[in-house]
Write a protein that binds this ligand. Structure first.
Ligand SMILES: [Zn+2]
Length: 348
């Protein structure tokens, strides 16, 4: 079975992300701490979502260990769950990867303890990466994804740990409007990671298609390795560059914390916008594509189709020719086609 790098040489590789948001919406994860205890409490829900994303075209099954690290579990007082949570998440993902032929990815992310001037936090972060990557190696991971980093140096440590494990690496930053916490812009940070030998570098989360694309173009220019682009499916803009900044001004009942993260619905990109992003990024030479928080399988399917794929879910892609009013099929009564013209005049 071809590995990540062979697949990237041959064409696009699609990776569905966004498990936290989707399982929060479905009622199995608590917003706030966003700890993926669902892999222990409702493993069948995680299994099903992995399957839905693969059905929709994801080439990668990313073990749901995001924010399942030692620091997050310490914050919620459940450090004893650290190892079972990680091993369960990997086992669930491995089951879907095995049955589908998709790649099994281990996952590490920002530790939330990194402080630039405190060396002990760097050692602690490295130890957190080592334990999680070790469990991923035990589970037979084909690759390791390190994501949503906001410190270049923290991402470098993550890369070193992945390299020491001998696994292909995908390292991605979550880029604020002002850049990373260390002041680096996306291209500068990715260049450092690429120069250190990462297989894939890029951005995920935080930015929607409109505000991620310009930075992705700079990164593509700056590095010679493969580039990753996994925006959140939200309509970020020049004024509100990341989804954390989006404020729904048409809503008069927002929670005190604002639209992020539980009231972003009115900003969601439709599947066609995500398809356009995938097509445009691929044309620019970006081969590792997907989408992050907020993503549903319909987004992934449209992105896959825009990249020339026909995943199993394409069997159910829209065919409006048999719609009761808007259909053009000969089996639709003329009387109803006539009624449907009202829609047509509205659309045009
Ligand atoms: Zn995300």
């Amino acid at each position: 079975m071809p590995g990540l790098l062979e697949r990237l040489e041959a064409g696009p590789v699609i990776c569905a992300e966004g498990y936290l948001f989707e399982l929060e919406r479905r009622g199995y994860i608590q917003a706030g701490a966003f700890v993926p205890a669902v892999v222990l409490e409702h493993p069948e829900k995680v299994l099903e979502l992995h399957r839905e994303f693969v059905h929709a075209g994801s080439d990668v099954v990313e073990a749901f260990t995001y924010y399942g690290h030692r620091e997050k579990l310490r914050v919620v007082g459940k450090e004893d769950l650290l190892e079972p949570l990680n091993r369960n998440a990997l086992q669930i993902a491995a089951e879907v990867a095995d049955e589908s032929g998709a790649l099994l990815a281990g996952n590490i992310c920002n530790t939330n303890i990194w402080e630039p001037d405190r060396k002990e936090t760097h050692r602690a972060a490295r130890a957190m990466f080592e334990e999680q990557v070790g469990w991923a190696v035990d589970a037979g991971a084909d690759m390791i994804i390190g994501e949503t980093f906001c410190w270049t140096d923290e991402a470098l440590v993550a890369l070193e740990v992945i390299q020491a494990a001998g696994k292909p690496s995908v390292i991605m930053f979550a880029l604020d409007a002002e850049g990373l916490h260390d002041g680096a812009d996306g291209a500068t940070a990715c260049k450092r990671i690429a120069d250190a030998g990462a297989d894939v570098v890029g951005l995920n989360c935080s930015r929607g298609p409109a505000t991620m694309m310009p930075v992705i173009k700079e990164i593509r220019e700056a590095v010679s390795c493969h580039v990753a682009a996994l925006p959140v499916p939200y309509r970020t803009n020049a004024e509100m560059e990341t989804f954390q900044l989006l404020q729904d001004r048409d809503c008069n009942c927002l929670p005190e914390t604002g639209s992020f993260p539980t009231a972003l619905d009115s900003f969601v990109c439709n599947r066609y916008e995500m398809a356009e992003f995938a097509k445009d990024a691929y044309a620019d030479g970006v081969h590792y594509l997907g989408a992050c928080c907020g993503t549903g399988p319909h987004h992934i399917r449209s992105m896959a189709e825009a990249l020339g794929r026909q995943p199993p879910a394409s069997k159910y892609s829209p065919d409006m020719s048999k719609h009761a009013y808007q259909g053009t099929d000969e089996n639709i009564p003329d009387y109803y086609k006539k009624l449907g013209e009202a829609y047509d005049s509205f659309v045009s």
